[in-house]
Design a protein around this ligand. Structure first.
Ligand SMILES: Cc1cc2nc3c(=O)[nH]c(=O)nc-3n(C[C@H](O)[C@H](O)[C@H](O)COP(=O)(O)O)c2cc1C
Length: 407
């Protein structure tokens, strides 16, 4: 029995047509005013025709001063709503539900975008190119929460089916959960965990109260930061339970952050196929056991058999997949029809990460996303390092245009 073809009814009553979700992948295809370009719309039209049950946009900042990079599309009062509506329409054209991933990069905002970003604390990211952050003040917190509300309402107005609040991968809400980063002594930080979870819960409550009941509200959460003294698995289970009580429709589980980029692993792991492929699945199983709302697990899924087993054994409800959607934007339809039994996994043929420049695999995929949007397909023959260098040059270009537009 193919579990991935089954529909799924979310707590808000919306039915998802199958279990395959395109997870968020930052596209870097916005213009210098952070509006969607035609290439971004065309990319979503391809994904929209590709068979997935849900498509989630890449990082969509709620604050123009806290981008994840200069090429993000932003949803705020200055957005070109005509373009945003075209983007939503393109994604929905084939019957998928489309969610916008709302984020605030916090201390992971590149220095060139903002040399003094707002974060949960003043603990700086341990990587070059990121400035010393200033902690959110108590007075700034209501406006910070309101930014998510405004973006969610705009997403609804533009025709999106929902939003996913990004509380994973080290961005502001994720860093707020981490005892290593969130060293505040007020009610927004420190111990107990309820203090560190207060901000993400406040955002979820505010957004839930401002959108229609059938508007999907999801949260992306780390199963662990995989850092000593960071947000760990035990805390993750507890926060997931708090999110369920706050009215979330599903939770997506991932892991890591910029300092510890576990979400993009492509190293071959030992163990069963399931352990090798779906690296967060065992963590997720404990979270799933504590919840009654649906769970989505992302990272490494490639074989239909592993996906079906993961659902059948009750470890997850939705299967989040990223990179195969770049290699072949319509692989999901082929997997669901049985035409293929494994999603493309080109990263398995790449040299090990420690033989490549830092971040090379990720940036190779970024180059290919842009190619799918601009030219219709990825260049699967491009060597990893060449794709990496092309991305670095292109993001420089995008950043320079963005900086020039602000002078
Ligand atoms: C090019 C690229 C960009 C990504 N951007 C985001 C993002 O904006 N937000 C996010 O939550 N995850 C992002 N991810 C992580 C993916 O959603 C996913 O967790 C990761 O690719 C692992 O899944 P996979 O093995 O199926 O590719 C990105 C991944 C890639 C490859």
């Amino acid at each position: 029995m193919s579990q991935i073809n089954n529909t799924l009814k979310l707590p808000n009553g919306v039915t998802i047509r199958n279990r395959i979700v395109k997870s968020a992948m930052s596209e870097a295809l916005a213009d210098e005013h952070n509006n969607p370009t035609q290439a971004l719309i065309d990319l979503f039209a391809q994904w929209g025709a590709g068979g997935a049950g849900i498509l989630i946009t890449g990082n969509t900042p709620v604050d123009r001063m806290h981008l994840e990079h200069a090429g993000n599309f932003v949803l705020d009062a200055n957005s070109d709503m005509g373009k945003v509506a075209e983007l939503a329409k393109a994604g929905k054209s084939g019957g998928a539900a489309v969610l916008c991933q709302l984020s605030h990069a916090g201390r992971q905002t590149p220095e060139i975008v903002n040399p003094h970003p707002t974060s949960i604390s003043d603990v700086r990211l341990d990587l070059p190119g990121y400035g010393k952050p200033a902690p959110l003040t108590e007075e700034q917190i209501p406006a910070f929460i309101q930014k998510y509300v405004e973006s969610a309402k705009l997403a609804q107005e533009a025709g999106f089916d929902g939003v996913e609040i990004h509380a994973a991968h080290g961005y502001l809400l994720s860093s707020s959960l981490s005892p290593r980063i969130n060293n505040r002594s007020d009610r927004w930080g420190g111990e107990p965990l309820e203090n560190r979870a207060r901000l993400v819960l406040a955002v979820v409550h505010a957004v839930r109260g401002a959108v229609n009941k059938d508007f999907i509200l999801a949260v992306k959460l780390n199963s662990s930061d995989f850092q000593k003294g960071g947000f760990d698995h035990e805390d993750s289970v507890k926060v997931a339970v708090m999110l369920e009580a706050a009215g979330v429709d599903f939770i997506e589980i991932s892991g890591g952050n910029f300092e510890e980029p576990s979400a993009y692993s492509h190293a071959k792991k030992s163990g069963s196929t399931q352990i090798r492929e779906a690296y967060f699945l065992d963590y997720a199983a404990a979270i799933k056991a504590a919840l009654s709302i649906p769970l989505m697990v992302t990272g490494g899924f490639r074989s239909a058999s592993v996906m079906n087993d993961a659902i059948e054994s009750g470890k997850t409800d939705l299967i989040g997949i990223g990179r195969p959607f770049i290699t072949d934007p319509s692989f999901a339809a082929k997997l669901l029809s049985g035409e293929i039994d494994r999603a493309p996994a080109i990263e398995e043929s790449f040299p090990p990460a420690d033989e490549l420049p830092r971040g090379a695999v990720l940036s190779w995929f970024c180059t290919q996303i842009a190619r799918v949007g601009k030219e219709g397909s990825a260049d699967l023959e491009q060597p990893v390092v060449a794709g990496h260098e092309q991305y670095l040059a292109e993001i420089d270009n995008v950043t320079n245009k963005w900086v020039a537009a602000r002078k």
